[in-house]
Design a protein around this ligand. Structure first.
Ligand code: ADP
Ligand code: MG
Length: 258
């Protein structure tokens, strides 16, 4: 099969976990999340300990309801754990997300994190280019350098000619390519993708994944992706499976797809 995510490509390309510095970008320490609804307590994460290496591509597997999105929300600081810590190593030292205020976490996220969602989540009232300018503007970056940066990313995803289009004029695959450009435009430390091909047909999904893999690899970015795509399982640096509130590292891809 002529897949954009062949094993050959993986073998030829740099291995991110080796290409990266090998140091931990993120340390999860005894991370626990218990949701409460009325009297009912639902433990979703149970004392998870895990390091994410700088530059690695980790795939997060697990059944529906196992807590994958919950874990991404902890990693991005959108939500706080019940106990435990999420610690990032940045070029300015360690940042413990769990000790920051909500406002500080929002600022951290704007600077350091890029998201790609199943339903693209582009802003419908903004043009493609304006969607890319927004994360830059939120970081105080405006004017010609910001526009150059946005155009460069649109070129990288092959959509330079759609800069002035509105999202509803684009196909699903094109919208997701815009979302990839938007997630990278502010040069974040970490990319989080939650079932990014869940709303695309198989072939479009494979192209989008190939693009995401290539662009993040070229830029040495750390990528954590929730997906069920067997294609991705072949190119990821590490497979993580959430089960019964614990993260298990799978060494055997056959075990991972089971
Ligand atoms: P996944 O992404 O793996 O499908 P989620 O992280 O969305 O799983 O959800 C894990 C579990 O936590 C599910 O049982 C879900 O119903 C529950 N859950 C998620 N968010 C909340 C919330 N805000 N309040 C209460 N329960 C929640
Ligand atoms: Mg989910």
């Amino acid at each position: 099969m002529n897949s954009p995510l062949s094993r050959e490509e993986k073998a030829a390309g740099p291995n991110r976990s080796q290409a990266g510095s090998g140091r931990a970008l993120i340390a999860l320490r005894d991370l626990t999340k218990v949701y409460q609804e009325g009297e009912r307590l639902q433990p979703v994460l149970r004392q998870v300990n895990l390091s994410i290496h700088s530059g690695e591509f980790a795939v997060l597997l697990g059944r529906s309801g196992s807590g994958k999105s919950t874990l991404l929300n902890m990693l991005s600081g959108i939500d706080l754990p019940t106990s435990g810590e999420v610690v990032f190593s940045t070029d300015r030292g360690e940042v413990n997300l769990t000790r920051l205020s909500e406002r500080e976490r929002t600022l951290f996220r704007r600077v350091h994190i890029g998201f790609i969602f199943q339903f693209f989540n582009l802003i419908p009232t903004l043009s493609v280019e304006e969607n890319l300018l927004l994360p830059l503007e939120l970081n105080g970056r405006t004017g010609p350098p910001a526009r150059d940066r946005a155009r460069g990313l649109l070129e990288a995803v092959g959509l330079a000619d759609r800069a002035r289009s509105f999202p509803d004029r684009l196909s699903g695959g094109e919208q997701q390519r815009v979302a990839i450009a938007r997630a990278l435009v502010h040069d974040p430390l970490l990319l989080l993708a939650d079932e990014p091909t869940g709303n695309l047909d198989l072939e479009t999904g494979q192209r989008v994944l190939g693009l995401l893999d290539r662009l993040t690899r070229q830029r040495g970015k750390t990528l954590i992706m929730v997906t069920h795509s067997p294609e991705v399982i072949g190119v990821a640096d590490r497979l993580l499976r959430l089960h019964a509130g614990q993260v298990v590292v799978c060494d055997d891809p056959a075990e991972a797809s089971g």
